[in-house]
Ligand binder design. Structure first.
Ligand code: MN
Length: 147
């Protein structure tokens, strides 16, 4: 599941983790959002699922307020150890730019269907029930919002 992640990166050049190290929060499934100052500032949502981090690039700052929708573009699975990565991806490398943690905590999966994922987030910035809703015309495009 990490082939795409690995194929996009040169680990002799980027400080990003190359694979899963068993670096885990004490209990619960990992949730984090990383502020990524790439060519366009975006917010990378990470959710632990089956040994990897399912990932979405949220195009604007997420809001802990009901109904404020954000476009979330699904990206490649990341290794678990990525959840608290912070650093500077060098110029010329995939995703070049500074990565900082924006929010970190755990989540519970409440419901999962092909078009909808319902989660309960326990972070510091985002707290409560959130929805990822797949947009029909592009399987990588989702809406992310608080319920
Ligand atoms: Mn990113």
């Amino acid at each position: 599941m990490l082939e795409e992640y690995k194929s996009k990166r040169d680990f002799s050049k980027t400080p990003e983790p190359s694979d899963n190290q068993s670096q885990k929060l004490s209990n619960g499934l990992i949730y984090s959002i990383q502020e990524h100052h790439a060519s366009h500032l975006h917010y990378d949502l990470r959710l632990e699922n089956n040994g990897v981090l399912k990932s979405w690039a949220i195009t604007k700052i997420p809001i802990n307020k009901q109904g404020t929708k954000r476009l979330a573009i699904q990206t490649e699975d990341h290794p678990l150890s990525y959840y608290n990565f912070e650093g500077n991806i060098p110029e010329g490398e995939y995703g070049a730019g500074i990565v900082k943690i924006w929010d970190i905590g755990t989540y519970k999966l409440k419901e999962q269907k092909p078009m909808l994922i319902k989660i309960e987030i326990a972070g510091k910035m985002l707290i409560g029930t959130f929805i990822l809703l797949r947009i029909k015309n592009n399987p990588k495009n989702w809406l992310f919002f608080k319920m």
